[in-house]
Design a protein around this ligand. Structure first.
Ligand code: EPU
Length: 434
């Protein structure tokens, strides 16, 4: 079974209005679930988004023996038993790249871990060389056979110093977690600085970890002891990509849209870009108000690690630029296949000149017309939803549950509440996207 969204577009009208609440951050929630392996007691997690990726990672942890209860919406309690398995289920690892983060705490605590090459959204090569090199530096032995890694460190991991050739979020998190239980000091240089890392580290430090420098390019961890969550509950930070996506939707289509339970401080780069395109944006501590302008000015966007323009908002921003009066440039610097979706947007009326796999020229303003369209991945999928809302006529977006539902909670209800005509339908088959 596969779900589709049927959306009746606004045909360029700017009539959306109301309030939308932002959920907990996917990319913090998945990692805090992995970090529960560092705890000797039960960890309570709140504001966890109800999305498919969270279901996948909890299923993976359960398969390994974790005791997980879900007493209320968005709340989980996790305990890791002594006989926790150190094998990650290949079928889930193939679907969810974030599951690789579990390897760090598992190896550090139990002295071994095995897993198959991870999969995930088709947005680029997504290597794991930095994970493997890092584990070796911490004293582990790695064997690779039949597409499966087996890593052992019978004496436990020891602290090490590494310089990451690429600023990877999941690599940084994996070695922060491994460092918490390694003997001695671990130093990560050229570490990723994303707010999700700061959010996780704040919680781990409250529970007994000694991690310094999160949010800067050098993180130092003094390790050695299991953590305790007896006195602290983790509350997931707001999802900046969920908030940024509604901000872009509002900038295209809203009379007045209030985005609540968000943190505008995490969205400085997109807010700055939208303002320079002529969008009216007011920010308060946990709230953003956006109104669509009558005319959008073109601009150039270059994705960058935080605090630069997030690659996860690149596709929605490109849809925005199809409505700008003139030529804009989009430069995707992080993932080499993350502009492939532009071909499908051409089919609904957008005009692009593809300069190379990392750069496109967006020729605005173009009228978008509703059509059948296949969602290729999570973020491009949501960009197609935004395009369908802007477009004239009816659009049908396929493969919603294997892409959009991975990361956006209750998206059609939240869109309906602000005036979008959207309906979910079930189909017999998933459509394969090449
Ligand atoms: N890289 C290496 N070697 C490695 C690992 C990564 O060279 O061993 C390079 C990659 O080639 C790429 C960069 O490092 O150039 C980052 O890639 P990676 O696949 O490690 O990204 P990530 O840190 O796993 C996280 C988010 C992504 C988000 C990026 C950038 C999670 C689970 N994923 O990925 O989110 O796009 O940071 O901000 O936190 C999404 O949510 O849709 C998503 C893809």
């Amino acid at each position: 079974m596969s779900d589709t969204f049927v959306i009746k577009g606004l045909g360029g009208q700017k009539t959306l209005r109301g309030t939308v609440a932002i959920t907990g951050a996917k990319n913090a929630a998945l990692k805090v679930l992995a970090a529960t392996v560092l705890f000797r007691d039960t960890v309570t997690l709140k504001n966890i988004p109800e999305i498919n990726d969270v279901q996948q990672i909890t299923e993976l942890l359960r398969n390994m023996g974790a005791e997980i209860s879900h007493p209320n919406t968005s709340e989980y309690k996790v305990s890791i038993p002594q006989n926790f398995s150190t094998e990650l289920s290949p079928s889930i690892v193939k679907r969810l790249r974030a599951s690789v983060v579990i390897t760090g705490p598992t190896l550090a605590r139990f002295g071994k871990v095995s897993f198959s090459s991870p999969g995930g959204c088709l947005i680029g090569a997504r290597p794991i060389d930095l994970f493997i090199e890092g584990f070796k530096k911490m004293g582990a032995k790695v064997t690779f056979k039949n597409d499966s890694y087996s890593i052992v460190a019978p004496q436990g991991l020891r602290g090490a110093e590494f310089f990451l050739k690429n600023q990877s979020v999941t690599v940084t998190e994996t070695f922060v977690f491994a460092g918490v239980l390694a003997q001695g000091i671990t130093t990560i240089k050229n570490a990723a600085m994303e707010p999700e890392i700061v959010d996780l580290v704040d919680f781990l430090n409250k529970c007994g970890a000694k991690i310094f420098g999160a949010g800067t390019p050098t993180i130092t961890i003094t390790g050695g002891k299991l953590l305790s969550a007896k006195k602290h509950i983790y509350q997931t930070m707001p999802d900046r990509i969920d908030a940024g996506s509604f901000l872009i939707l509002g900038a295209l289509t809203a009379k007045k849209l209030r985005i609540i339970h968000c943190n505008p401080a995490h969205l400085e780069s997109p807010i700055e870009a939208l303002r320079s395109a002529g969008v009216s944006i007011e920010t308060k501590k946990n709230e953003i108000i956006v109104r669509a302008p009558t005319k959008i000015k073109p601009l150039n966007i270059k994705t960058h690690e935080y605090p630069g323009f997030p690659t996860d908002l690149q596709a929605p921003m490109t849809v925005f630029l199809t409505q700008a009066e003139g030529e804009s440039r989009v430069f995707e610097t992080i993932f080499e296949s993350r502009l492939n979706y532009t071909e499908a947007l051409t089919g609904i009326g957008a005009r692009f000149v593809v300069m190379d796999p990392h750069r496109v020229l967006v020729q605005g303003k173009t009228e978008l017309c509703g059509k059948k369209i296949i969602s290729p991945d999570l973020r491009a999928g949501l960009a197609f939803v935004i395009a369908a809302i802007v477009a004239k006529g009816e659009s049908v977006i396929h493969n919603v549950n294997t892409t959009i539902d991975r990361g956006y909670e209750d998206i059609e209800r939240r869109l309906k509440d602000i005036g979008v005509d959207i309906e979910r339908r079930s189909e017999d088959e998933e459509i394969v996207c090449n």
